[in-house]
Design a protein around this ligand. Structure first.
Ligand code: ADP
Ligand code: G6P
Length: 354
């Protein structure tokens, strides 16, 4: 087993398929903690790790036990647990949580080989991001908070096309084929993790344009589990009610097809959850303050902090819609969770001395 004994580090799990916005989310999160995360200095230039004052983000691809050739030989994808070393993942996450540095392997995305390991020191906050942070029960138990980015097939396809065609020169057919080839393993090993997540950001095509499948205008749902320690779900207007809100009008500029918010209680894999939903996109980001002022429990430190964060990173993908908005809010919730955990530990230490 590898359960933590004296946890020093707060551990966050972020699960999603590749190309689904994990690195964008990480940039928003580390910005909330005040400081951009950078690759380790003087190390392997192909390291997947990002380090800031408070936070270290490690990519779980580093726990691939089979390299690219090994996967090809065995006929397994990177999504298959057989291609990943969960014992080592567990051991090292536990060590970091207990305040002990580890020599973590590096999966080199350029060569497809495993490079010599790098030293990772225990940070204040450790984020493990990748395909399987909630797959192994032992690793899952080490997480203080977990997030799943659930991108619907239509939207995933639109994003992949945008990136792989524009930036990597792949053809439409080859992108379709690679998504299809991954799908069985995605459904078997990645998607089921969402049932364990404390928060899920679900990204779907808009419902404001009937029959729209383009994946440009998005309907984004922030699904928040009730009863999670140190995490109070966000609400719109009135906690526990079911609400539908079209903020467009005198205070918010909206062009076609407009913006629609919804809020209410639901069940998700048998858990009670609260869901805040945004369909559509902002025309003017500075007017987001109007929406922000109607949301509660967003864990800001001052009025307008969500809007400020969004404006600061207006160039990140998703800044004009619910993906950016909810990623920013989850970032603030994680800061709050971290501060509460630290405060409760300090209190426990004082009480132990008394
Ligand atoms: P990952 O780290 O999961 O591979 P990235 O954050 O690098 O994902 O995003 C991959 C690509 O997906 C981006 O280059 C962009 O084209 C697209 N993308 C990610 N998030 C969004 C978003 N919220 N809205 C639109 N496109 C996005
Ligand atoms: C990483 C990514 C996977 C991707 C793989 C490429 O592990 O996280 O999502 O599939 O690289 O695998 P391949 O076998 O095509 O090199």
């Amino acid at each position: 087993t590898c359960s933590a004994e004296d946890s020093q580090t707060v551990v966050i799990g972020l699960a999603a398929d590749s190309g689904c916005g994990k690195s964008t989310f990480m940039r928003r999160l580390t910005s909330v903690f005040g400081g951009a995360a950078e690759p380790p200095r003087g190390g392997n230039p192909d390291s997947n790790t990002l380090i800031s004052d408070t936070t270290t983000v490690i990519c779980l691809d580093d726990y691939h036990s089979l390299d690219r050739t090994g996967r090809k030989e065995k006929g397994v994808t990177a999504l298959d647990p057989k291609a990943n070393d969960f014992d080592l993942m567990c051991e090292q996450v536990k060590a970091l949580k207990d305040g002990i540095a580890v020599e973590k392997p590096i999966y080199n995305h350029v060569t497809g080989l495993l490079d010599p390991p790098e030293l990772i020191k225990p940070p204040k906050i450790l984020v493990i991001e990748g395909l399987h942070p909630m797959f192994d029960e032992r690793v899952r138990k080490l997480l203080d908070f977990s997030i799943y980015l659930d991108i619907s097939n239509e939207v995933k396809f639109a994003w992949k096309i945008q990136r792989d065609m524009a930036e990597r020169g792949h053809s439409l057919e080859s992108i379709k084929a690679s998504i299809e080839a991954r799908k069985p393993d995605f459904d078997a090993y990645i998607d089921p993790q969402k049932q364990y997540a404390d928060a899920v950001i679900e990204v779907l095509p808009t419902q404001l344009i009937p029959g729209d499948n383009e994946g440009k205008i998005l309907r984004v749902r922030m699904i928040m589990k009730e009863g999670v320690e140190y995490f109070i779900p966000v609400y719109l207007f009135d906690e526990g009610s079911t609400i539908s809100w079209i903020p467009c009008g005198r205070k918010l500029t909206c062009s076609y097809p407009g913006i629609k918010f919804s809020y209410g209680p639901e069940t998700y894999f048998g858990h009670e959850v609260s869901v805040v939903e945004m369909d559509g996109q902002f025309d003017r980001l500075d007017e987001l303050i109007y929406v922000e002022s109607h949301l509660s429990n967003i864990s800001t430190k001052f009025y307008g902090e969500v809007t400020q964060q969004m404006l600061k990173h207006a160039d990140f993908p998703g800044s004009n819609n619910g993906t950016g908005l909810f990623q920013t809010i989850i970032g603030l919730k994680i800061r709050d969770l971290y501060e509460q955990i630290i405060a409760s530990k300090a209190k426990a230490r004082v009480e132990a001395k008394a």
